[in-house]
Design a protein around this ligand. Structure first.
Ligand SMILES: [Zn+2]
Length: 152
């Protein structure tokens, strides 16, 4: 049985993949730029999903081809470069600071907003994770219908 956290993260990744797919269900790999059907792509994390600080940050999860996410272990340098062109340096640094802050960097913590600090220092309970899972499952299902993802 997947944990409550696992369920939330899986639903969130699916939601991000479907959200970023075009009207025909295709998306671009955040690392190599290859276009593929989202049903055959992963939701790849920039900061590892092990980091709870950024596990549910939209800026941290993008469609990624299985080759970049698997054999290339995230194809991280290319991911970073493309992410900068998608969201800009400031938003990328926010993600990096969130992780550094969660690991104890005071300087990184000081650079963050009140909301981000609270997100880092507050531990989520299973109940919250299950609510998050439910919310994103619903949103993903709506996008699935809208973009005909299942019928492709
Ligand atoms: Zn790729």
């Amino acid at each position: 049985m997947p944990s409550a956290r696992e369920k939330a993260l899986t639903a969130f990744q699916k939601y991000r993949r479907y959200l970023l797919a075009d009207g025909n269900g295709y998306a671009t790999c955040i690392s190599c730029g290859k276009v593929g059907h989202v049903s055959k792509m992963d939701g790849g994390h920039y900061e590892s999903r092990k980091n709870k600080a950024t596990e549910l940050e939209p800026d941290n999860v993008w469609p990624q081809c299985k080759y970049c996410n698997g054999p290339l272990s995230g194809n991280h340098v290319a991911y970073r470069n493309r992410l900068i062109s998608r969201i800009g340096m400031e938003r990328l640094q926010r993600l990096e600071n969130m992780v550094m802050a969660s690991k104890g960097s005071e300087e990184a913590m000081e650079s963050l907003s009140e909301v981000d600090r609270k997100a880092i220092t507050t531990k989520k309970r299973d109940k919250e994770y299950l609510e998050i899972a439910k919310r994103y499952d619903k949103l993903a299902k709506e996008l699935e219908k809208e973009k005909l993802i299942k019928n492709a």
